[in-house]
Each structure stands twice: as C-alpha cells, then as structure tokens.
Design a protein around this ligand. Structure first.
Ligand code: ATP
Ligand code: MG
Length: 398
C-alpha cells in the first residue's frame, strides 16, 4: 500500500518528547526528511501542554525524564477521552526491558530503541500512522452511522405518533357510521365525511412531507428548473389561503412593489417555488392569532454573489444581478433566539403552536430551505416590529 492511500488531508504531525536535545535533533531531522511535520517537547509537562494545544497524530515519547516521566505522560493521555486515541511509541534503551513492559501496560502501541535505526524507525512510524488514520476514519463513519440511526429513530417515532391520532379518529368515525348509520341525519353524515377527510389529509400531508425530504436528501427530487413568471404564482398561493385566513378573521394581503412587474422571471421549478411560498404563507396563517394581518410582499433587490448555499466557501460563486424577494410577515409570536437555532431543521415543532387546530409536522421549513437552495435561492427569518415574524425567500431574477 502506498502512503497516499493512508495519508490524511494534511501532513501528519508527530510530537517528539525527549529531555536530551541531541535525540530531538536526530529524530526531528529523520522525520522531517521523510515529509512529516514535527513538533518537539523537552519535558513531560511541555509535552502535555503541546498535546493540549495541538493534538499530534503520533507521539514518540522518552521514558526516562526528570519531571513527569514518559510512563506518567502516557497514563494521563490514556485517561483523557480527547487524547486516548493518539498512538504513543516509547523511546528506550535496548537493555531496559522493564521500561518496555511498563510502557505497553500503560497503553503504548510500540517502542523504538536508542540508538535509532532510521529505516526501522520510519517503518514503524508509517505503520502506526496508517493504523491511526483508519481508526479515525472508522470512528468518523461510526459517528455518521449513529447520527443516521438517531435520525431514523426520531423519524419512526414522529411518524408513529403523528399517524396514531388521525388514524384513531378514522376508526372511531367508521365505527359510528357502521353502528349508527340509520340514526344519523344527512347533515351528520356530511360532518363525519368532512372529519374523515381532515384526518386523512393530515396523514397524506405527513407522508408527502417525509417523501419530499427523502427525495431532496437523496437528490432524487424531480426539479425541472425553467424560466417562470413568479407573480401569478404568488397571487395563486395567496388566493388559496384566503379562505383559511378568513376562518380565523385574519386579513391576508398581497403587496406587489412598483419595481416588480416586467422583471419577475426567475429560474425555478414551478411546483417547488409554489411549495416554498405556500409553506411560508401557511405558517403565517397557522401561527397567527385571530384578527391579525398577514402581509405578503413582493419586491426586487440588487443581487449578490451566490451559489446554492450562499454561505459555503467551496461553492463556485455566480454573480446575480437582481433578486426577487418574497416576504411573508405576520403579527404572531415571532421566533425566539433559542427556537431560531432549530427553525430550519427537520421535525422542529417549536414554541408556537397552531392557533386554529391545524396540523403541524415540523417538516415544512426544512423542505422550504432545501428546495430554495436547490433553486439557487435562500430563505431566512427576521423579527418583525413591534412583533411577529418575517420570512424572506429570495430567488435570482433571470
Ligand atoms: N410564522 C411563524 N410564527 C411563529 N412560529 C412559526 C412560524 N413558522 C413556523 N413556526 C414554528 O416553527 C416550527 C416549524 O415550522 P414548519 O413549517 O417547519 O413545520 P410545521 O408548520 O410545524 O409543520 P408543516 O409545515 O410540516 O405542516 C413550527 O412548528 C412553529 O413552532
Ligand atoms: Mg409549516
């Protein structure tokens, strides 16, 4: 196996600890010549400080030192979770068999005898760096798998919990219709039917949200990016929520800025754009108190460098001349700084609860953010004055 298969992203850092300057020099130059970064410490105390400041990938540690000896340094490293996994190779005289045994007992992975034989030293160093590299890789993969497992468990418990209540409702209504169908007036049947419809809508919306998230995460969400005229789409969404708003005596307004009009073509997927705006308007209506106003505003602004997730420094930036801004402002409770941290995460059912008994899966905004970013857009939250939320979605104008 070549070094390149095991080399980490940066040059491995090796710390040499020895109280004899000559040993530091010899080892340092051998390792340096072989392309490793080297740091040195001439006492146990200095070694512990150097390790805390910048954990190395491997430590070559002299056993016999005046203050804290190598055995003690190794014990302390082993007892600390942050340093436990750094491999330690002892430096010892060929005759000091007791030291070698004690070294292994306190957790050393190997030893090198003085005087050093350069080829032997390098062979052992390479081996232990390789082992360390693969151990780190396995640990990172395990952490990733654990995170996926936690997420899957959360998904299962949320789905089970959220499906249980509408399903129980469906069962109850079915029983009523089954046992009391003769005594129920036609109006009652209609009410039952509406109830059934509401319960099944809740289940379908949960399942659709989960399927959407899954599709976005696995990059299989079918986005057909095209030049689309955004204003009629926003008008359509606002009209769709008028009735829902009216039921809560909420005034739902749409204001189109005078700068918007001719330049309203954006590059986006029609359904995804509708989904972004719908979720924001739906939230504003859902979390607003009765008899308040929800304002949807369309305006344009000067663009800035952007590319997918605009924050990422890895993403190539493209210059966008102008952006379309969709602002959805409500007079509800707003989002507390603590809630803002989780706002766009999955299953984020936060402090605000629906004011009219609407369903809430906590998935809407996580979908909105991912969809907007997949269309080179952004979504953010701003606090409204004197109270309420403003959700701002921005898309590049073509
Ligand atoms: N306009 C808003 N005002 C106050 N709180 C809000 C607002 N929008 C969202 N929230 C809070 O953020 C949480 C997450 O919102 P999100 O849209 O992701 O999910 P949801 O509305 O609960 O469910 P879904 O959108 O999937 O039906 C909500 O549960 C709510 O607590
Ligand atoms: Mg929502």
């Amino acid at each position: 196996m070549t070094d390149s298969t095991t080399a980490p992203d940066r040059e491995p850092l090796i710390l040499i600890v020895d109280d004899i300057p000559r040993n530091l020099q010899v080892l340092g130059s051998i390792l340096g010549e072989n392309g490793y970064s080297v740091s040195v410490a001439s006492s146990g105390q200095a070694a512990l400080e150097a390790i805390a400041a910048q954990p190395p990938d491997l430590i070559l540690l002299d056993i016999q030192m005046p203050d804290i000896d190598g055995i003690e340094v190794c014990k302390r490293l082993q007892s600390d979770g942050a340093t436990k996994s750094i491999p330690v190779m002892f430096l010892t005289a060929r005759t000091e068999t007791d030291d070698i045994v004690r070294g292994f007992e306190v957790g050393a992975v190997d030893y090198i005898t003085k005087p050093f034989v350069s080829t032997e030293l390098m062979a052992r160093v390479r081996t232990h760096l390789k082992i360390k590299h693969f151990t780190d890789l396995t640990a990172a993969q395990n952490r990733h798998l654990q995170a996926l497992d936690d997420e899957k468990n959360e998904l299962l418990s949320v789905v089970a919990h959220d499906l249980k209540s509408p399903l129980t409702n469906v069962q109850l209504l079915a029983d009523m219709l089954d046992h009391k169908s003769e005594s129920i007036a036609p109006d009652g049947i209609r009410e039952y039917a509406q109830d059934l419809r509401q319960s099944s809508d809740r289940m379908v919306s949960l399942i659709n949200n989960i399927l959407n998230i899954h599709a976005i995460e696995t990059s299989s969400y079918p986005l057909a990016i095209d030049r689309i005229d955004s204003v009629p789409l926003v008008e359509r969404v606002v009209n769709e929520y008028k009735l829902q708003a009216e039921k809560k005596s909420i005034v739902l307004e749409l204001a189109i800025g005078s700068d918007v009009g001719v330049e309203t073509w954006i590059e986006a997927d029609v359904m995804a754009f509708i989904q972004v705006v719908s979720n924001l308007v739906s939230n504003a209506v859902k979390y607003s108190p009765y008899q308040t106003t929800v304002r949807v505003r369309l305006e344009t602004a000067a663009g800035k460098a952007s590319g997918g997730a605009a924050e990422s420094s890895d993403t190539p930036k493209t210059v966008v001349k102008k952006i379309l801004r969709v602002c959805v402002q409500d007079e509800g409770p707003g989002i507390s700084p603590k809630d803002q941290v989780r706002l766009f995460q999955k299953f984020a059912r936060l402090t605000a609860r629906p004011t009219g008994g609407e369903s809430s899966t906590g998935l809407g905004l996580s979908i909105v953010k991912r969809l907007a970013e997949a269309m080179r857009g952004t979504v953010r939250y701003e606090a409204a004055q004197p109270k309420g939320s403003i959700f701002v979605a921005e898309f590049p104008i073509t």
